[in-house]
Structure formats: C-alpha cells, structure tokens
Design a protein around this ligand. Structure first.
Ligand SMILES: [Zn+2]
Length: 292
C-alpha cells in the first residue's frame, strides 16, 4: 500500500501542470529602436531590427519554457503584423500574424491562457516623454480613454487579458512605457530596454543585453504568477476616442452607437472589453475600399 501511494505521488509530481502563456510583441520598445528607420520595411535599419525584435521574443519564449510554460502563443503586434522571423521560434510555438483581428494586439488570448507578457511595448499618445509614444495609430488618434482614464496600448491590452482572467506578469519597453502600464496593472516584472530622452531619442542597452534581461524578468514574472491579479474593467465600458481629423468623428456619429463629444472626439459604450476591442478594431480598419 505504501509503495502504491509513493508511486501515485511520483506520478502526480511528474504530471506537467498546464501553463499557457501569451506573448504580444510590438517593436517600438525593442532595444535600440528610436525612429521610423527601424520600424517599417522602408526604413534602412528595419531588416536588422526585425531580427532584434525576433530575438527578444524568442528570449521570452525560451525563458517561459524554462519557467514551466507548456503552451505558448505569440502575437506579432506591430505595423503590418509580419515582422517576426517565424523560422527562429521553437517548433511547438504558434504565431499570430497580420491584421485585422478582433482582439488586435492580444489576438489568441482566451480563458485557457494563464499569463500574458508584452514585449517591445511603448508609451501612450498622451505621454510627454516616451519613445515613439502613441496609442494604436500615431497617424489618426490623439487620445483613447477607458472609463475616463487615458489608456496606452499596454493598459488597454491588459484590460482585454483581464476580461479573460489573464494577468500581465511581465513587459519590456522604455522606462516611460513600463511606468504607465505599472500604474494600471500594479507591480509586474519589467525589462527596461532603454531610457527615453524624447520622442525620437533614447539611451539604450544592447540587443544582447536586452535578451538576457528579458529572459531573467520572464522567469521572475512566471515564478510569482500567483501574486498577479487580472486587470478587471467592470462592464459596460465607456470608450472615448479623439481623432487628429474631423471627418472620422463626424461620420461615425451617424451611427447611434457613437456619440460625438467634441469636434474631434466620439464616445461609445461596450458590453465588455472583448466587444470594446472589436469596435476599436472596426474604427481602425474599416474603409469602403478595403479589399479583397
Ligand atoms: Zn508598434
């Protein structure tokens, strides 16, 4: 009997505990990124920097596995959504690419996910210091607020994760971006890849140093997973959006869903963060000439 119990105990111990991790990867917060030259296919440094972005993401994946992750999903969440060099990831990782997608930068997250990680994130559009600070679209939006509070992509995505009961355990980016997300979610682990000196300047660590720091902070975050609480925004949620231009606010207000609050702004109410995310993605994606 004692032997049987011991054997059962061994089985229980070696049974892997499920730990599904979602990693959303943006690019502005990657070590060394300071201008558009690193951020898109027409920039002279883009080819090298998508390699660095990939290495930071792979460092997070490898560290998550070392910390016990049994399943990992990575979302390419920058620009065209086709930046990560997917052949550099372990074969058991799934990768979400391109747009549009209903949950935007955190597509792939659901109740099965146990922890969320943000890599390469940047500060929000109302931040006076963050490198390349913007919220969703630097070209079109000057403010997005959730229940009256200005959001960053990090705090917005944390609220979507929270809708599915998933806490954010770690993020990487510049010091301004980290401070903003910490204000929303609490004291998660963070890898500071650079100190902001302005919108287009920073004092950065090297790509190699960034991968080492990210690995260390991912292990730390998953190591104290039970301490983190999902960011819960109680529904219905009120979202305010301010556009650079007049026309989006004017035309959206034709629909009863949207209330025009000033020349550049609209407000809408959504049942919960999942619905709010779909409406925001609609606002960003819809044009009558979208193809195919
Ligand atoms: Zn980006």
């Amino acid at each position: 009997m004692a032997i049987v119990l011991a054997a059962a105990g061994v089985v229980a111990q070696t049974q892997p505990r499920k730990l599904k991790v979602h990693i959303s990867v943006d690019m502005e917060g990657i070590a060394g990124v300071v201008t558009g030259e690193q951020l898109g296919p027409t920039g002279f440094e883009y080819g090298r920097f998508r390699e660095f972005m990939t290495r930071e993401a792979v460092a997070a994946v490898t560290a998550a596995k070392a910390a016990g992750a049994t399943e990992i999903i990575v979302a390419d969440a920058h620009g065209n959504g086709q930046n990560l060099l997917i052949e550099q990831f372990p074969t058991d990782v799934r990768i979400i690419r391109s747009w549009p997608r209903r949950l935007g930068m955190v597509a792939g997250i659901d109740e099965q996910v146990d922890a969320a990680i943000f890599i390469g994130y940047h500060a929000g559009t109302n931040n006076t210091t963050g490198v390349r600070a913007h919220t969703f679209s630097s070209a079109n939006l000057t403010r997005v607020a959730l229940n009256g509070v200005n959001v960053t992509e990090g705090s917005w995505n944390a609220a979507i994760a929270g809708h599915y009961n998933v806490p954010v355990v770690m993020m990487s980016g510049d010091d301004a971006a980290i401070a903003e997300v910490r204000k929303a979610v609490g004291n998660m682990e963070a890898a500071e890849t650079k100190r902001t000196l302005g919108f287009h300047s920073a004092n950065t660590i090297t790509p190699q140093a960034a991968t080492e720091l990210i690995a260390q902070k991912v292990r730390a975050g998953l190591g104290r997973l039970s301490e983190f609480k999902p960011l819960k925004v109680s529904g219905p949620v009120v979202v305010e959006v301010t556009f650079k231009n007049y026309m989006p606010a004017e035309v959206l207000a034709y629909l009863p869903l949207f209330e025009r609050t000033d020349a550049h702004s609209i407000r809408f109410q959504a049942r919960d963060m999942a619905e709010a995310s779909m409406i925001m993605n609609f606002i960003g994606e819809y044009r009558p000439d979208i193809t195919p």
